[in-house]
Design a binder for this molecule. Structure first.
Ligand code: NDP
Length: 297
């Protein structure tokens, strides 16, 4: 069975570069999807309190027959649970739903720029959880370079990772450079451009990186699919990527990347597809009115 390369986080913890995402996987689909993913070789599963499928992710991990220590599990604190005590409570709730004793990576799901002190109070909670060994690493998601700077000016622990929208149409160059300077791993959400398809407005042709001629030509050249070419690009760039699917054939397809590689020129050709336009929400606008969901206990 093929294996993902491993990335080392800034506290020495090792994490598979290629993982499996479950955003929009309905609870009734999630056990099978995660079970299938583990069976074909994924060892990193990315969920979040707000995906409402932590219990199913945990069930699949508990039942899969692979030692818990071989599977890297990420979940995220939702913005309505920000604040020191609230985030500690949210962590306990997620762990209860997952049915796990220790987490591998806990993330703040979004910055809340108009109440950033509260976001930072949550970071203080994450530092506590890390010090107590309840999670092996802590990080953030959807932070800009300025958000990272503000956090690092106040706190001891540098985030191990920042999980952000990143695909060939949105390359996040300045952010990736900031991560490199600070030793923060870049993890790509919507790595194969999911957001450009499921967020496309009705009647609008989706702006899909998988249909771009640079990608389809490389897919033809290597006898791989467009998704495999784009995921291989993430690996060549040193990113972590967490593609999502609920279909067994695509779950296997998205992990079958380790029998080919892209040249530096081919990587640069995909880099050149960057439009600078994000498909998802602007982190500057996120707060509890923008996203009004709350998490039940
Ligand atoms: P992806 O780029 O992973 O794309 C997923 C979409 O593409 C789904 O609609 C899936 O449909 C389809 N798909 C999967 N494989 C293929 C394939 N080989 N060829 C063509 N289509 C395919 O987007 P996501 O937005 O889901 O991002 C991945 C993960 O990142 C999420 O699941 C989540 O864990 C995380 N994430 C984090 C966010 C954050 O704010 N931190 C925000 C968004 C995502 P189907 O399932 O039907 O196969």
């Amino acid at each position: 069975m093929s294996k993902s390369p491993v990335l080392q986080l800034n506290n020495g913890v090792e994490m598979p570069a290629l993982g499996f995402g479950v955003f929009q996987s309905r609870p009734e689909e999630t056990v099978d999807a995660v079970t299938e993913a583990i069976a074909v070789g994924y060892r990193l599963i990315d969920t979040a309190a707000v995906y409402r499928n932590e219990a199913e992710v945990g069930q699949a991990i508990t039942q899969c027959g692979i030692d818990r220590s071989e599977i890297f599990v990420t979940t995220k604190a939702w913005i309505s649970d920000y604040g020191f005590d609230q985030t500690l409570h949210a962590f306990d709730r997620s762990m209860r739903k997952l049915g796990l004793d220790q987490l591998d990576l806990y993330l703040l799901h979004w910055p809340v720029p108009n109440d950033f002190d509260r976001t930072l109070e949550s970071w203080r909670a994450l530092e506590r959880l890390l010090a107590e060994g309840r999670t092996r690493a802590i990080g953030v998601s959807n932070f800009s370079p300025a958000h990272l700077e503000k956090l690092m000016a106040r706190f001891e622990v540098v985030p191990a990772l920042n999980q952000v929208e990143l695909h060939p149409f949105f390359g996040q160059k300045p952010l990736v450079e900031a991560h490199r300077r600070h030793g923060i791993v870049t993890q790509a959400w919507s790595p194969i451009g999911g957001i450009t398809r499921y967020r496309a407005k009705e009647g609008e042709t989706p702006h899909d990186p998988l249909a771009h001629p640079t990608v389809t030509a490389l897919a033809d050249k290597y006898g791989k699919t467009p998704a495999q070419v784009v995921l291989r690009w993430h690996i060549e760039r040193g990113f972590s990527a967490i593609p999502k699917s609920v279909r067994a054939s695509r779950i296997a397809e998205n992990f079958d990347l380790f029998d080919f590689s892209l040249s530096a020129d081919e990587v640069a050709a995909i880099d050149a597809m960057d439009t600078g336009v994000r498909g998802g929400s602007d982190p500057e606008k996120v707060d509890t009115e923008f996203y009004s969901f709350r998490i039940e206990d």
